[in-house]
Design a binder for this molecule. Structure first.
Ligand SMILES: [Zn+2]
Length: 238
């Protein structure tokens, strides 16, 4: 699939794609596919001249490939359809829609433009909006569950060993210590490569969940690097 995206990009300069394998899942030496999202620069340019409205929808795929195709579509001044972005995801749920819409915001809409999203998933956005308003009123940055995950990851980060590879890009090798689990399974130590500047780790979690893994936190601590709000998931406001 990566070869396909690279070929598409070679023929469509400016195309953007994100390809995400399943964290830590391999078969026959290859990491298993999880999600992918792509958009063409022509669509991004065209949407700048469209009304600030787009629709989103998903359709499940059948037979060989399964999964779900998500799409964001706008309308131009002639009422012709302008496809904005596409994604392959495992299924339609809050997490996959949230992931897709974050990428549409980042790569198609841009940070400051106010847009209206038309969706049959109205209930989902309404409940997210209500939750976001409640959190803001309380002055909290994160809902309780991500907060717990972050605290767990911070705790694990203290047990990792960190080695700096390249200071200019913030490239680190982080070793998770081996040990024996409570049911007697012996786990060898594992090494991960963290790139602070790219918010990535070879475990795959930061790119998939838009949330720092314990390896990333360990490397960030080594650098006295403050974990910016941008790198933690936020509840969507319309
Ligand atoms: Zn990691």
């Amino acid at each position: 699939m990566l070869a396909l995206f690279n070929a598409m990009r070679a023929a469509n300069p400016g195309m953007h794609y994100e390809y995400i394998p399943k964290p830590d899942e391999w078969r026959n030496g290859r990491q298993i596919f999880f999600r992918a999202c792509w958009c063409f620069s022509q669509s991004v340019e065209a949407f700048r001249h469209c009304r600030p409205v787009f629709s989103i929808d998903g359709t499940f795929l059948l037979v060989k490939y399964m999964g779900t195709l998500l799409i964001a579509i706008a309308c131009d001044a002639n009422n012709s359809l302008v496809p904005l972005a596409f994604a392959f995801v495992e299924r339609e749920n809050k997490d996959s829609w949230g992931w897709f819409l974050r990428l549409v915001r980042r790569h198609v809409v841009g940070p400051s433009r106010e847009v209206c999203v038309i969706s049959e998933h109205e209930a989902m956005f309404n409940s997210k909006h209500e939750a976001a308003v409640k959190l803001q009123n309380k002055g909290d940055l994160l809902p309780s569950k991500p907060n717990e995950h972050l605290n767990d990851a911070k705790g694990f980060a203290h047990t990792h060993e960190v080695r700096l590879f390249d200071i200019s890009t913030g490239k680190y090798e982080v070793t998770k210590r081996g040990g024996t689990t409570s049911d007697g399974e012996v786990r060898p130590p594992r090494k991960y490569v963290v790139l602070l500047s790219n918010f990535s780790c070879t475990c795959g979690r930061p790119r998939q969940y838009h949330f720092p893994c314990s390896h990333y936190i360990a490397a960030a601590r080594n650098r006295n690097f403050f974990l910016h709000e941008e790198h933690t998931p936020r509840v969507h406001c319309r």
